[in-house]
Design a protein around this ligand. Structure first.
Ligand code: PAF
Length: 286
């Protein structure tokens, strides 16, 4: 596995791969501290193209003021080992002087999709995500890129950006990988205390409840959201940021749970903000 930390080396490597061997390239953008979720993205990427690039960069512009940029878990040595085991061909590990050199002032903003859900409480978060992902696409020029569906809004924003900016890359979304008790895997789970870890499963239990209620005929988005709100509150140390039930493509709220309705949630457990989502299959024809 090659470890590359400058944009020019990265460009040269992919150019060589393409020119000399006509290799196709798959990119897995990450912020490191790999867990089983990341490793599953890498396994998918390996099947999608001849060469796999994994980027590892904790992107400061997607952290709002007061968020956990400094604390964000980092473990480069372990990540290198894990990436090597997954057959990654190149680990791209730029630093901020490489990604945001002096004078940087160009941003990519996916306006409407970035407004609601996580965008409400995480100021400029999606502007930072869209910008860094667009830069990575320009540097690596992948044929395919793989993202986790846990960050559902992020995935929709990236799909929109690719469409709107005519970026020639296939976006693949990979299902959420969960711990045994259902908690969605996330680098931020390491922040949870033992007691908070017990409460963290509330998102998964709420998802299961939602599926059960919809199967039993519940078709009102607001009634379901209220029910889930009351349910989550029964778990100690939880504070709901949002419960969204609406259109999975436009991310607009709906009144009725129709076939393919997105349930997405963000819940604080202690000082850790957790997100999760699912697609509800309603039966209402409205
Ligand atoms: O999902 C993430 O880990 C990040 O938001 C991403 C896509 C790597 C951009 O920094």
């Amino acid at each position: 596995m090659e470890i590359v930390s400058t944009c020019s080396e990265m460009r040269k490597l992919v150019l060589d791969w393409r020119r000399n061997s006509n290799f196709s390239i798959c990119l897995v953008p990450t912020m490191g501290c790999f867990h089983e979720g990341h490793l599953s993205l890498m396994r998918t990427a390996r099947e999608k193209a001849d060469r796999m690039v994994v980027s590892l960069y904790v992107n400061p512009t997607q952290f709002s003021p007061g968020e956990d940029l400094e604390q964000y878990p980092r473990n480069m040595r372990k990540d290198i080992h894990l990436a090597e085991n997954e057959g990654v061909h190149c680990l791209f590990t730029p630093d901020s002087s490489e990604m945001y050199p002096d004078g940087f002032q160009t941003w990519v903003e996916v306006t409407k999709l970035s407004k609601g859900l996580c965008g409400k409480s995480r100021q400029d978060h999606f502007r930072g995500v869209a910008t860094i992902v667009a830069k990575l696409f320009n540097i690596v020029q992948p044929d395919v890129a793989v993202f986790g569906q846990k960050d559902y809004q992020q995935l929709q924003i990236i799909r929109r950006m690719v469409e709107d900016l005519n970026i020639s890359v296939e976006i693949v979304g990979y299902p959420i990988i969960r711990e045994k008790d259902g908690l969605a895997m996330s680098s931020r789970n390491t922040y949870l205390s033992q007691e908070e870890r017990k409460s963290a499963v509330c998102l998964w239990h709420a998802i299961n409840r939602a599926h059960e209620m919809v199967a039993a005929g519940m078709d009102s988005c607001s009634e379901l959201a209220n029910h889930l709100r009351e349910y989550i509150k029964t778990y100690p140390a939880t504070r709901i940021d949002y419960i969204f039930i609406g259109d999975p493509d436009t991310l607009e709220k709906k009144e009725t749970i129709e076939a393919r309705t997105l349930l997405a949630m963000a819940v604080w457990v202690g000082k850790t903000r957790l997100i999760d989502n699912t697609i509800l299959m309603g039966t209402s024809q409205n």
